[in-house]
Design a protein around this ligand. Sequence first.
Ligand SMILES: [Fe+2]
Ligand SMILES: [Fe+2]
Length: 292
Amino acid sequence: MEYLDKIIITVIAEDSVLYESPYWGQHGISFYLEAFKDKIKSNILVDVAQNSQALLYNMKLLSIDPCSIDAIVLTHCHYDHTQGVVEILRAIGKKDLPIIAHPDIFRLNFITSPYLRHVGIMSGDSKKMIEENGGTLYLTDESFTIMPGLITTGEVFRQTNFEEVGIPLKTISNENKIVEDIMKDDISVVASLKDQGMIVITGCSHAGIVNILKHSSKLLGLKKFRAILGGFHLIEASRDRIDKTVEALSLLDIDFISAGHCTGFEAQVALYEKFKNKFLPLHTGLKFIYEN
Ligand SMILES: [Fe+2]
Ligand SMILES: [Fe+2]
């Protein structure tokens, strides 16, 4: 079992900014990870939100140089996590920069209410555009090791009976049928630290946050979660689903949760009521440091 020595996680894009915050908010999420092991430091961008101008502005305020980015993980296809990835690649200005994602990420992914709209990867961020701008795609449905102690979940096994995607999304199958899109491409990032346990970073948790945590636990053979950070996509969930999610989370060994983006106010309140000072709403500019 391999562990990181230390990880610093900075929230560089999120839907909310605090009172007197200098950062620019946007609907979307992006994390900058600084992972340390032995004498190696690797910097990973997890998602790019949807407005690269706001993302680069926040990075500048936080003294994060885009050229320092060594790889990008795209947690799923949605535009509020992927739009402008080509702009970010241009700002990074490197060749062969690894972009890690699920093989289905470039598919059509749409809603028909309130009107027909593709909500997946936009044409400006196509496979071809990414490759022409210095990105090398690592597309796999398996758990991917970014460095020892830092992995992606790969496709998440769905096991709970109360979790689902959270939005009525559709796609068109290879047989040209309109089918429900169950967001197989939803992946998360998991860091592990020897004395602290796992730190899970999610985009929207379309696979279900409880499914993601159970899957991570099984992958790594660990039970302790030092922190869960990201979106839980409970914004349109029923009260019953929110209650079942919070109850299931309370049965796991979790030290701290910071959830925002698509989590929704009702779920944030429910999480706060259960976890009290072990819960914090996620917002732009937050920095988390975990060290052995
Ligand atoms: Fe999202
Ligand atoms: Fe999403």
